[in-house]
Design a protein around this ligand. Structure first.
Ligand code: NAP
Length: 290
C-alpha cells in the first residue's frame, strides 16, 4: 500500500529514531519529538519536522507512534500531547509495556478519542534500522488498514494477536519473546564468565557447538560484544532490558508462576545497572558475576 500519511513519532531513542527514518524513506510526512531534543536533530536532515513539544508533534497527524521507555513515560507524553490530538487519530503504541499497563493505556486512548493499536516490536537496533522488525499487533479489523502503511514501513511482517487492543494480547506475546531473548543474552554472559574462570578458551566452547542444534547466531553475537569490547553503542541497553525483565517477572507472578531464571536475570541486570552500565548493551550483565 503506498498511502502517504502524516505520522508523529514520540520518542526517538535507539528504536524510535530508526522507525522515524524508515517512515521518511517510505515517503510519509514525519514529525518527531523527543524529551532530549538533541536526539531529533539528525532526523531533521532526513526530512523530519522537529516539534517543540508532544502537542505540536501530533497536530494534524493521521497516526501517532509512541516508542518510549515504559508505560509511565507513554502516559506522561500522551497527556502532554492531548491538546494537539484530533479524535479519530490512530495511535500505534510500540513501547514495551506490562500486561497490566495495557488497559490503562486503552482507557487513556478512549478518553482522548484515539484508536489504539497495540504494536510492540520484536527485533533490535539493526532490524529497526533496516525496517525489518516484527510487529506484534492488536487492533480491530476496521482500524488495521489505516495503520498498515506505518507498520509496513517499520517492519518486515505484522503478526496480529487479537482485535481488542485493551486486552494486551500483543504485550503478552512480546513478554514471552523477551523472556527468551534476555535469558539467551544472560546465558551468553555467564558462559564467557565461566569459561574464563575455568581457564577454558571461549572459542573452544564455540567449536564444540559448531553447526549443531545448540549453535545459535545470537549466542555468538552477544559473546562477541563481550569479548571484543562492543558493548557501546547498545542495541538493547541494560536499563531497558532490566525494565523488561521485571515486567516478565511481574507478569508471571500475576499468574501465580515463579520463574527462577527470570528473577535471576532481572537481578543480574539490576547489578549491572548499579555498576554504571545502564547505557551499555544488555550483554554487559556478564560483569555482574563479580
Ligand atoms: P532508548 O534508546 O533508551 O529510548 C527510550 C526513549 O524513551 C527515549 O526517547 C527517551 O527520551 C524516552 N523517555 C524515557 N523516559 C521518558 C519520560 N519520562 N518522558 C519522555 N520520554 C522518556 O530505548 P529503546 O531501545 O529505543 O527502547 C524504546 C522502547 O522499545 C522500550 O520500551 C523498549 O523496551 C522497546 N524495545 C527495545 C528494543 C531494543 O532492542 N532496543 C527492541 C524492542 C523493543 P530521552 O532520549 O530524552 O532519554
Amino acid at each position: 500500500m503506498n498511502t502517504k500519511l502524516k505520522v508523529a513519532v514520540l520518542g526517538t531513542g535507539i528504536m524510535g529514531a530508526a522507525m522515524a527514518r524508515n517512515l521518511l524513506r517510505a515517503g510519509h510526512e514525519v514529525s518527531v519529538w523527543n524529551r532530549d531534543a538533541a536526539k531529533t536533530e539528525p532526523l531533521a536532515s532526513d526530512g523530519a519536522r522537529r516539534a517543540a513539544n508532544p502537542a505540536e508533534a501530533v497536530e494534524a497527524a493521521d497516526v501517532v507512534l509512541t516508542m518510549l521507555y515504559d508505560a509511565a513515560a507513554v502516559e506522561e507524553v500522551i497527556q502532554a500531547a492531548a491538546p494537539g490530538i484530533r479524535p479519530g487519530t490512530a495511535w500505534v503504541q510500540s513501547t514495551t509495556v506490562g500486561v497490566q499497563d495495557v488497559p490503562v493505556l486503552a482507557k487513556l486512548a478512549a478518553g482522548l478519542g484515539l484508536d489504539l493499536v497495540e504494536a510492540p516490536v520484536s527485533g533490535t537496533r539493526a532490524p529497526a534500522e533496516a525496517g525489518q522488525l516484527l510487529v506484534l499487533a492488536a487492533a480491530p479489523e476496521a482500524v488495521r488498514p489505516r495503520v498498515a502503511p506505518v507498520l509496513d514501513a517499520i517492519g518486515a511482517r505484522t503478526i496480529w494477536t487479537g482485535d481488542d487492543p485493551s486486552k494486551g494480547s500483543a504485550a503478552r506475546l512480546k513478554l514471552v519473546v523477551n523472556s527468551w531473548v534476555i535469558a539467551a543474552s544472560n546465558a551468553a554472559g555467564e558462559v564467557v564468565g565461566l569459561a574464563e574462570a575455568l581457564g577454558v578458551d571461549p572459542q573452544q566452547f564455540l567449536s564444540v557447538l559448531d553447526g549443531g542444534g545448540l549453535d545459535l547466531p545470537y549466542l555468538r553475537t552477544k559473546m562477541g560484544l563481550i569479548m571484543d569490547g562492543g558493548l557501546e553503542p547498545a542495541s538493547f541497553a541494560v536499563d531497558t532490558a532490566r525494565k523488561d525483565a521485571h515486567l516478565i517477572v511481574d507478569a508471571a507472578a500475576e499468574q501465580g508462576l515463579k520463574l527462577d531464571g527470570a528473577e535471576a536475570y532481572a537481578a543480574r541486570l539490576d547489578r549491572a545497572a548499579e555498576q554504571g552500565r545502564t547505557k551499555q548493551d544488555m550483554a554487559a550483565a556478564y560483569y555482574a558475576s563479580r
